[in-house]
Ligand binder design. Structure first.
Ligand SMILES: [Zn+2]
Length: 461
């Protein structure tokens, strides 16, 4: 029997309220012991891995990833996307349905699940579209999608504008025990905006997109969650008002939740004005703890700072951080959105929205949340493990005995530089290349097998 014993690490398993220096035993593909008896139970031929000084936690789960299959394999594939996930410490990813064709039928779900088993190196969970063709006009066959194995419905990349259609989607989703995840964007307010509407959009002469364009839909979703009793989850929150709305609704017990991405709580719209402008203004708070960042340069109108929703003001960034700190926002994720160089290498107006994020999200979350003492390490890990698993009803995100042996080992204090040459993704549209980050994955274990380790990585290089 293949067994792996992780000894001497700080084991943090929020689902079991465990945070202690202890051992973890994996046999085949399951966790078989956690604690003092792990060593005693380990067979003599067990492989031993000393992880002293490192964090051992349930395998991280990212519930917002664009793997681009089928149809957009120039940007990313199941193989490259899951390779990037493994490097980032993620043992499970949830892929979005805005592919080509979109994931709005059982056949496409089956295709992705089958390919993911063959080509993916981490677990891939699939979401289905809310509407046929993600066109926002007619409901997708939610029951058939559920039978095919989806874990949620979402029109991510788009937003259902018709409130009655969204209501019906919530009702169907509830019947099938699925959460509804929503990319909150009111088209009439956002129109053709390309960045946050504010000082910097005016200075740069770019079309602005007001915070209200998100907040209006967050409010709508709260009302529909309350009306239907469905679990509604607001994706990639970026605006102050969204956090306030969510906070108030959760107090009333509305089944609403939210997620945040590191770029929205690290950067601001000043970054679109170029590195000089950013470091002089909103970037100062980052330099206070990491002065080396001041040497990172980028030009104004750099399209790697164009995403949807856009980078917002310093006030919004602070609101997202506060929402994460007080538990209003329970989930962290990347919105990993790979695009080819030639697509991003155009004028700001014409570039597609989105950046890659799987390989930097753990470090950026540690830097902005844990190293700054806004939240505890266990709270941050919960937002990457137990909390998203609970939303999606997945038997993941815990080191309970009998659970799948998905484990992430990382050093929260290790400093490293994110290099383009060392990315697992097929695309390179990240604003964080060259950044000195603090917090590094050491090993990613899926079903008892190391799918990525720092040592093997070094050997491979
Ligand atoms: Zn989105």
């Amino acid at each position: 029997m293949a067994a792996l014993l992780l000894t001497g690490g700080r084991v943090v398993d929020p689902a079991n309220h465990l945070d202690a220096k202890t051992d973890v035993l994996i046999s085949e593909d399951k966790i078989t012991a956690v604690g003092a008896d792990a060593v005693k139970k380990a067979p003599r031929d067990a492989e031993r891995m000393a992880v002293n000084g490192l964090i051992v936690c349930p395998g991280l789960l990212d519930l917002h990833v664009h793997l681009r299959e089928p149809g957009q394999t120039a940007k990313e594939t199941l193989a490259t996307g899951t390779a990037a996930a493994a490097r980032g410490g993620f043992t499970s990813v949830v892929c979005m349905p805005n592919t080509s064709p979109p994931i709005d039928n059982a056949g496409t779900v089956a295709l992705i699940r089958e390919r993911a088993l063959q080509q993916g190196i981490v677990n891939v969970f699939v979401t289905g579209a809310i509407s046929k063709g993600i066109a926002g006009e007619e409901l997708a066959p939610v029951g058939g999608l559920k039978r095919a194995g989806i874990v949620a419905i979402t029109d991510d990349g788009h937003c259902v504008q018709n409130n009655d259609l969204m209501r019906r989607a919530c009702e169907y989703a509830k019947m099938f025990g699925l959460p509804v995840m929503d990319h909150c964007q009111d088209y009439s307010l956002v129109t053709d905006g390309v960045m946050h509407e504010g000082y910097w959009s005016t200075v740069l002469g770019l079309r602005g997109w007001p915070s209200a364009g998100e907040e209006v839909i967050v409010a709508r979703n709260i009302l529909l969650a309350e009306l239907t009793g469905a679990k509604v989850h607001c994706q990639h929150l970026s605006a102050t008002g969204s956090v306030a709305l969510l906070r108030e609704a959760k107090k009333r017990g509305v089944p609403i939740s939210g997620e945040a991405c590191p770029h929205h709580f690290t950067l601001t719209d000043a970054a679109v004005g170029g590195s000089d402008k950013f470091w002089e203004t909103d970037g100062k708070s980052l330099l206070a703890t990491n002065h080396q960042l001041s040497t990172i340069n980028w030009p104004s109108y750099d399209t790697n700072f164009k995403m949807n929703p856009p980078l917002r003001s310093a006030r919004d960034r602070e609101a997202i951080l506060e929402g994460l700190a007080d538990g209003t926002i329970e989930i962290l994720c990347s919105d990993h959105a790979p695009h080819c160089d030639y697509e991003k290498d155009v004028e700001f107006d014409y570039a597609p929205f989105g950046i890659t994020g799987l390989e930097t999200e753990l470090a950026l979350s540690l830097m902005q949340l844990v190293h700054t003492k806004r939240i505890s390490l266990a709270d941050m890990i919960a937002k990457f493990t137990a909390n998203p698993a609970r939303l999606l009803n997945l038997p993941k995100g815990t080191l309970s005995v009998g659970a799948d042996a998905d484990v992430t080992v990382f050093d929260p204090n290790r400093e490293w530089v994110f290099e383009k040459a060392a990315t697992g993704s097929k695309s390179a549209n990240s604003p964080f290349y060259g950044w000195k980050l603090k917090g590094k994955v050491v090993a990613t274990i899926v079903a008892g097998k190391q799918v990525w380790s720092e040592q093997n990585e070094l050997v491979a290089v």
